[in-house]
Design a protein around this ligand. Structure first.
Ligand code: MEV
Length: 327
């Protein structure tokens, strides 16, 4: 039996900015997707995942399937089919069928934690361990990127893949280059607004603003770039107070200058700040989805309660943890 797992992710800064050639800081979240794979004696691929349709098809049917872009907006199962098809397009048919079970700790409703990326990375690693043609992890970014684009729209940077695979903290660019910032672990509380958020809608939204008013957007991007450098030094020095301050500023920029927050996100962020979190911001595309607060163990329960009292769902977890692994 093959068993793998991959993490979800958070942006400490640079979401949206990265789409315009800048950098972002991304980190792994200790909310994992687990994949197990067992060989079958026949030619069927069977995939179970709670809350999703079951896949039960012949290898050949998956290999010859054609997809259109709307197939990917529904859920991860067509992405899984597409991932398997691409694997076979590149490396030939799997030598036999298999049974796969995928379970994720990232709730379906909690958008912005790279649930689909962690799903795809854990499945890809299981396929790679099963296949006669294993793929080194350094190559995962470019292999999984087309799927990321199918899930999030053609312009997705896909940098979440880097974080799900390598874990820790990374400064990343949309060409897939990465600088590791190490693996210090910090406590966070995630707040889920429950408000639907779609990256394939928020990215064009920011672009339309940028097209109308490039100069002011470029000024905003410059400030984001500066904040990212400050955050990098805070991460390297494990300076949680300084990091929290820049996380706060980052949220304000995303909310006021890029317009990608949501009243519910702002309420959760404010509640965390009142509960004495070091800093709090939305993460990812925005306009809904998740936010997180940087905390220490002493106040994490208080911050989690503040999120719930403000109408969100809370998850106490850690960032900076190990990425993709064999279980
Ligand atoms: C979404 O998770 C992050 C964005 O920067 C889009 C992207 O990088 O593809 C908003």
């Amino acid at each position: 039996m093959i068993k793998t797992s991959a993490t979800g992710n958070l942006f400490l800064g640079g979401e949206h900015r990265i789409v315009y050639g800048g950098s972002a800081i991304i980190t792994s979240v200790d909310m994992r997707t687990y994949c197990s794979l067992e060989e079958r004696k026949d030619d069927r691929i069977v995939v179970f995942s709670k809350g999703y349709e079951k896949i039960d098809e012949k290898i050949e049917d998956i290999a010859s399937r054609q997809f259109n872009i709307d197939d990917f907006k529904k859920d991860e199962m067509n992405l899984t089919r597409s991932l398997m098809k691409r694997y076979m397009d590149s490396f030939g048919r799997f030598r036999s069928g298999f049974e796969m079970q995928v379970e994720t700790e990232i709730p379906k409703t909690c958008k912005g934690l790279s649930r689909s990326t962690s799903f795809l990375c854990s499945v890809y690693k299981a396929l790679s361990l099963f296949s006669d043609f294993p793929v080194p992890e350094e190559k995962y970014f470019f292999r999984i990127l087309p799927l990321q684009r199918e899930a999030h729209g053609g312009t997705a940077s896909g940098v979440e893949i880097i974080s799900s695979v390598f874990g820790g903290f990374h400064k990343v660019r949309s060409d897939g280059s990465r600088e590791s910032l190490g693996k210090p672990e910090f406590n966070v509380v995630i707040g889920d607004t429950g408000v639907e958020s779609k990256t394939y809608e928020t990215v064009p939204y920011v672009r339309s603003g940028w097209e109308k008013s490039r100069e002011s957007y470029e000024r905003t991007f410059k400030r984001i770039d500066d904040i990212i450098e400050e955050e990098i030094s805070a991460i390297r020095n494990k300076d949680i107070v300084k990091l929290g301050g820049f996380i706060d500023e980052n949220h304000e920029i995303l909310a006021r200058d890029l317009g990608v927050s949501h009243p519910k996100l702002n309420e959760l962020v404010d509640a965390c700040r009142k509960a004495r979190a070091y800093g709090a911001k939305l993460t990812g595309g925005g306009k809904g989805g998740a936010m997180f607060a940087l905390v220490d163990e002493k106040n994490q329960n208080k911050v989690a309660k503040a999120i719930v009292d403000a109408g969100g769902k809370s998850y106490i977890t850690k960032i900076g943890v190990e990425g993709l692994r064999e279980e």
